[in-house]
Design a protein. Sequence first.
Length: 397
Amino acid sequence: MDGTLGTVIKPGDLSPASLARRVSAFFAASFLINGIYGPYFGVWLESKGLSPVMVGVVLSLPMFSRMVAGPLFAYAADRWSKHRLAIQLLISAALLGFFAPSLFGLGVGLTLIAALNALAMPSIAPLSESFAIAGVQRHGLDYGRMRMWGSAAFVIANLVGGAVLARFGAPSILWMLTFAALLALAVTLLLPGNLAGGGAARMQFGEIGELLAKPRFAQLLGACGAIQCSHGFFNTFATLAWRDQGISAGVIGLLWATAVFSEVALFALARRPLIRLGGTGMIVLGGSAALIRWIAFGFDLPLPLLFAFQALHGLSFGATHMGAMHEMAQQIPVKLSATAQGLYAATTGGIITGAIVLACGPLFAHFGAGAYWAMAVIAALGLALAVRFRRLARQPA
């Protein structure tokens, strides 16, 4: 086993089963952070006196920085084959941010936590995904079976986070984030040091342009970018919207858990529908579910219906994501894997999502849950692009 931060496990040193277990473990540990940050960090910001508009500003910063920070760290990891080290540095930066309000006071602490999260949060996930995609390409590993452990951990964080928040209040959110980051940093020791191994050719900067020039990759970014960006209001304001509708913190935790449980089920069972529909078909399915979901969420639904439409998350996010990962595993060479993931993350959660979240603050302040209908328009655009992508992909080259 890897004993220190400096020890490098090479991909060839691991059996396919061992690599799958290690990547699954890191997905689980890193998604504990996301499972607290996504649903509850906005609540912590509001508890410090920030208005809905300012909450939107702070939460949108990582999405804007994803356009630069995500691809930059991913390119550096591919260029120098230091994938694990890059993840460790990013988690350490996030950890420092979570400590900042306690160490430096609220004014400086808010600035630091916003800046460090803007740097780290957009970049961890693409690097994590690149390990899984490398396993798919080299060993035929089941991506869904690895990724589902991240979603399962997200569910656990939702449930535990909601219970802890109800019991101890908003200050507990930063302590939960700190614990999750420390655990994720420890689990990085299980990962290989890089993806390509020592004998692989070093990636060249010009290959980024070649990657973006691939028509199918550009079409993938456009379709998935719009569908995933339509989750912007849900990811940042769902907890506050449900609270304003009179739903308790414990039930809100169950709602988040329902969404991600459906995601876990999708990843666990996706291999057969993926074979039948292909990556493009899964993306069309995800776009259709997103459109239906956001139209429904704009209404004040009774709880049974709210839980039912929340279960569509397995399709609106999960099927779209699964289709995108399948397409990238087919198109992208291993040495460009992290860079491709960085570009995908920049598109699906970058400047467009940042602008959407920034706009969601005023939309939420004026229209409440009615802001979901703006997300339905974006989902409709993504669905149209996905249908076109599927039609073009089925034509001869």
